[in-house]
Design a binder for this molecule. Structure first.
Ligand code: NIG
Ligand code: FE
Length: 413
């Protein structure tokens, strides 16, 4: 039981029913200046202005004076691939020397490289390396996360990845959501017989994943050279039949109508969107699907950034995530994502914080317990160092301004 007092800015205070922020509203970040925050066990109990502090019953509470420091909800990272066997820095060097991400993939690098390495890794090793990555990103302020399979590409190895994610769910202090991404790439030996792999995904993998309750979501890399819209549709529908909800990798390099396919399947989110047409925007406007941008992937691959202004100006919501993975985004740092969103996507700090908290929670259906400073929600929040204002966070890119991260009401160490 704690009361934080003299909070310079208490940001993202919302009522429980404000679970998605869209369009012009994204530029509003409800903030209390000079505030207190009371937490009881793992929950936010109450908050208010220091002007009323004297009226507050403080008996039995530990008082923490945080003069000059700000508090905001922890980041929600709604899109990661943080279970993987090995890093891929050779491909990074290859790209510096002139190869493209697509060229590297075509010669067996990329996702297939990760799959080959994962096939040889033990479940235990995968668990421990992923557990270390998870702890690192929590220290960077991530208070809920989604993790995908997709570096297995066989029944056994996909299940191995998902069992690792399930083990993480069992020990993680933060919520972990699991997504089955068997349709991440075609295994090399099935490249010429795609229907064989689609058949395996639909008839073997999805039923097994559902049977063992290993995932809540189904994902597909809907892209030229990967899964076309017809294949995407069939896989999403099979997932839905088994209780899995769609979240789709789409419009990363090419516009192939995948957004419409995803929206028709009632996707919870569509992620990447580096390339986007007017028609895509229109389709999204008539849906409840959350668009998710992954700017650190654009940064690392030097590909276009998701047109955030176009999305927000159309009245849509937008969420931000890292895409943490060994190929296109070897970083799980949401602070950097928020900075990039401001610097490269011309999002205001208010828009970026909304995209990385409240909307990000909606992108993994955690709005009822996370994403804002709200009575009754989980006491997962970031206590900054002494900073001049919240705008300083994205401005001082690359600097760690976090003093401590509270998870379930306790400092995370
Ligand atoms: O989201 N785009 C597809 N999948 C991952 C990258 C996977 C990899 O290169 O290992 C992504 O960027
Ligand atoms: Fe991804």
């Amino acid at each position: 039981m704690k009361i934080f007092k003299n909070i310079k800015q208490l940001a993202q205070i919302r009522s429980v029913n404000e679970s998605i922020v869209k369009g012009a509203k994204m530029n509003e970040l409800p903030t209390l200046e000079n505030a207190w925050l009371r937490i009881e066990n793992d929950r936010i109990q109450d908050f208010g202005s220091m002007a009323q502090f004297d009226e507050l019953n403080t008996t039995g509470y530990e008082i923490v004076d945080v003069t000059g420091q700000c508090i905001l909800p922890t980041w929600v990272d709604s899109h990661t691939h943080l279970v993987y066997a090995n890093t891929r820095e050779q491909e990074f060097v290859d790209r510096i020397n002139g190869l493209t991400y697509e060229q590297i993939a075509q010669r067996g690098g990329g996702i297939l490289n990760s799959a080959a390495m994962l096939a040889n890794a033990s479940e235990d090793d995968l668990f421990w390396t992923a557990f270390k990555r998870l702890n690192k990103v929590i220290k960077l302020g991530t208070g809920a996360i989604e993790i995908k399979s997709g570096y297995g590409l066989t029944l056994e190895t996909e299940l191995k990845m998902l069992r690792v994610i399930k083990r993480l769910q069992g020990v993680s202090p933060i919520p972990v959501k699991a997504t089955f991404l068997g349709a991440h790439a075609f295994p090399a030996h099935l490249k010429e017989t795609p229907n064989v792999y689609i058949h395996q995904i639909i008839n073997e993998m999805i039923p097994a994943v559902a049977e063992e309750q290993l995932a809540e979501y189904i994902d597909v890399f809907c892209e030229k050279g990967y899964f076309d819209t017809d294949q995407t549709k069939r896989i999403l529908e099979a997932g839905i039949k088994h209780g899995l909800k769609p979240k789709v990798h789409v419009n990363q390099f090419n516009i192939i109508n995948g957004i419409e396919t995803s929206v028709k399947a009632n996707a919870i989110s569509v992620d990447h969107l580096e390339v986007l047409s007017e028609k895509d925007i229109e389709v999204l406007s008539k849906s409840n699907t959350m668009p998710v941008a992954l700017p650190s992937c654009s940064f690392f691959l030097q590909i276009p950034y998701t047109p955030a202004r176009q999305i927000i100006n159309a009245g849509l919501p937008l969420a931000l995530a890292t895409d943490y993975n060994p190929g296109s985004t070897p970083s799980g740092n949401m602070n950097f994502v928020v900075s990039l969103a401001c610097i490269q996507m011309k999002m205001t700090p208010e828009e970026a914080v909304n995209a990385a908290t409240v909307n990000a929670a909606a992108a993994i259906e955690l709005s009822s317990s996370l994403g804002s400073i709200t009575q009754g929600k989980k006491a997962n929040f970031i206590l900054t160092e002494k900073i001049s204002s919240l705008h300083y966070l994205p401005y001082s890119f690359g600097e760690n301004c976090i003093s401590s991260v509270y998870i379930n009401g306790e400092i995370f160490n």
